[in-house]
Design a binder for this molecule. Structure first.
Ligand code: SF4
Length: 371
């Protein structure tokens, strides 16, 4: 039985305020109403310390948008002094278009960045972020980081507005050779459950999106360090299952987040205890693996609950060989589009229980260090 531990990275949502209004943002309504939560420097430092005590050594500082915080350099310095070896920001690249600010972040101890670029087309990117000029700014930001030698990755959220141009998008960023490109299919779950079900930007037919991504991967997959596709079940990306990251794959991915700390910091201790209890009681059709660390066990229980609560598998899924390592479909997606027909995958005529079954290739090994 493989032995994989949970990722040693966690996310710090330093505060949810933002200088953009992305059409797919989970917090969009709260941003519009001005009711997003904020946290003080001391509150954030307590979380940073707590996560380090639990063994985390990599941190993604996110928001909202972390670069609008005056205390960001201070938080980065605090992470470095605490002992974190990887200190990353997730950013829309508006503030980092100023070269001097990037130097300040680097001097504070920033080791990497994850930029959110949503199109190769300026007007599409700007319309998705809701900020005129944001495309030019994020391009300047990436050039600043290249100049300073700070590694970076790219997130792009795949929506109805940009899925037709994934080829062009990958072509436009290929020369930079980012550490990874994450193609993120909108995930109507958890903090996003209250989004409008008739949202034409965020909700997309997974067959259509899957075909577009698959065609782009045919051309571009081998030309990048890695391209990951988040939250799309395997059956929509049959030719490229090694790129699929459902909740069960990203649980172990070095560049993803510890699910236990995510719920502790966002929902508090009482709800975390409730999720752990529910995760223990949920009948499991989950990946099998042994583990040595307590945070892997607790993270698995939390994930078990989240997946049982927010996702659905049908009879077709239950006959599918990859069902133990796939989450199935988000329940809100099923409400809107129903389950697709004839989707089940036959790989080995036996259930695949190794969550990293498809990623045991040298190319992907560094992203799953325990594999
Ligand atoms: S378990 Fe269901 S959703 Fe997942 S790949 Fe199989 S058929 Fe698709």
């Amino acid at each position: 039985m493989p032995r994989y531990e949970v990722t040693d990275r966690f996310v710090l949502h330093a505060g949810y305020a933002c200088n953009a209004r992305c059409a797919f943002c989970y917090y969009l309504e709260d941003l519009r109403r001005g009711t997003v939560r904020d946290f003080t420097t001391e509150q954030n430092k307590r979380k940073i310390r707590f996560a380090y005590t639990l063994g985390k050594r990599a941190i993604d500082i996110s928001g909202g948008e972390p670069t609008i915080r005056r205390d960001l350099p201070e938080l980065i310095r605090f992470c470095r002094q605490t002992g974190y070896t990887t200190i990353n920001i997730i950013t829309n690249g508006i503030a980092t278009s100023h070269a001097a600010y990037c130097e300040t972040l680097k001097d504070s101890g920033l080791t990497e960045a994850l930029f959110s670029v949503h199109s190769h087309d300026e007007s599409v990117h700007d319309s998705l972020t809701g900020v005129a000029g944001s495309y030019q700014k994020i391009i300047s930001s990436i050039k600043n980081f290249i100049h300073l030698g700070i590694p970076f990755r790219i997130n792009t959220v795949i929506t109805n507005k940009n899925y037709r141009y994934i080829n062009n998008f990958l072509e436009s960023v290929c020369a930079w050779q980012p550490g990874a490109v994450n193609l993120i299919v909108f995930n109507p779950s958890e903090t996003a459950v209250h989004v409008e079900k008739n949202d034409t930007v965020r909700f997309s037919d997974y067959h259509v999106i899957g075909d577009a991504i698959s065609q782009a991967l045919d051309v571009w997959k081998d030309r990048f360090n890695t391209i990951n596709v988040r939250f799309l079940p395997f059956c929509f990306l049959r030719k490229h299952p090694d790129t699929v990251r459902t909740q069960w794959q990203k649980f172990h991915e070095a560049q993803e987040w510890d699910p236990l700390l995510n719920i502790v910091f966002q929902k508090g201790i009482m709800r975390t205890l409730a999720a752990l209890t529910a995760g223990l009681c949920c009948p499991g059709n989950t990946p099998k693996f042994s583990f040595k660390k307590i945070d892997t066990l607790l993270g698995k229980l939390v994930s078990n609950f989240r997946i049982k609560y927010y996702y659905r598998q049908n009879a077709e899924c239950r006959r599918c060989d990859v069902s133990p390592i796939c989450t199935g479909l988000q329940k809100d997606y099923v409400k809107k589009y129903g389950f697709p027909r004839n989707t089940r995958i036959t790989v080995a005529n036996a259930k695949i229980t190794d969550p990293l079954f498809f990623v045991h290739q040298p190319k992907y090994k560094r992203f799953f260090p325990d594999a």
